[in-house]
Design a protein around this ligand. Sequence first.
Ligand code: PLP
Length: 348
Amino acid sequence: MLAHNQFRRMAPDLPKMQARLLANENPFGPSPKALQAMTEAMSESCRYAFFELRDLKKQIAEKEGVSEDHIMLSAGSSDLLLLAAMYYGKPGSSILSADPSYTDLMEAAVELGAGWEKVPLTKDYAHDLDAMAKRVSDNTSLVYICNPNNPTGTIVDPAQLKAFCASVGKKKPVFVDEAYIHYTGDAPAHSMIASVRDGHNVLVARTFSKVYGMAGLRAGYLVAPPAVIEDLSKFASNGWDLSVLTLRAVLASYQDDAFVTDCVQKNQEAREFVYQTLKAMDYEYVPSHTNFVLFPLRMQGQQFFQQMMAKGVGIRFWEFNRQHWCRVSMGKMDDMQLFANAFREVVS
Ligand code: PLP
């Protein structure tokens, strides 16, 4: 599954790293409450997770202000992207997305025979919503918006995105990937779950892998109109693939706003440190609303990646707009210091 994902294909061959800044993980998670909950749940791993699944759906519904039939649970949001690719990516149809953006859904759809229409970002590296709205055609089966966007870290104005969801949603479903929404500092203000609540044809994917720091535990959810959830549920287990341990950890973290606020704060400090490091070396960067920063390189991305890796620092590289780019994830301050030292040595 998800063999199309370039990063996951290369991951088993990666060497051990001292600073793992290549997958946008949150090294401060799981929260102490989640760790405690998992310890307590360990001996109950012989049981199916009836009650945990019921409780989590209930909690999400209450927090997001929707009824439970708007929610699908999943083992991470990657599975939701794949599910959407399978459901909407029919041969003859095409998925519309910004470019560059997070490519999982579209790459899976292309493997299944669908087309992929790419709309360049604005000059500030954000989604060009006007251009995207114009590109929606009869062939379009789904519009994918990653907000905040990966790999650029940019956001779109929530009012504009809401208007986009309302008008484009009348023609085609809009899938909004909100993996990094908490790093905006105000998830409710930026989230398009409000559009689902208002009855628009919008699907919102969330994950516990990022600010909640549980990438290895695998949990996510989709909020969408009940008819969409019902259709998609024919092809997915709707949470039955989540373990009791994962669910207990998620239940303990989901209401832990203090932990989220603390992680967002630490992330801001790391980001500021990266900005200062880059500025001091006269490098530019794309101001980020996420737990990663994208900046233009003055050498080949592959070469930079290999030289950073040789110093124990994992980053990712991109090439677009005839420019090589580095994307560095935020880690603990020690990790960021390792990044800064290695960066200075490699580019000097
Ligand atoms: N969406 C975006 C934008 C991501 O960057 C990622 C992972 O990096 C995912 C979805 C998938 O995350 P997960 O499957 O861990 O929920």
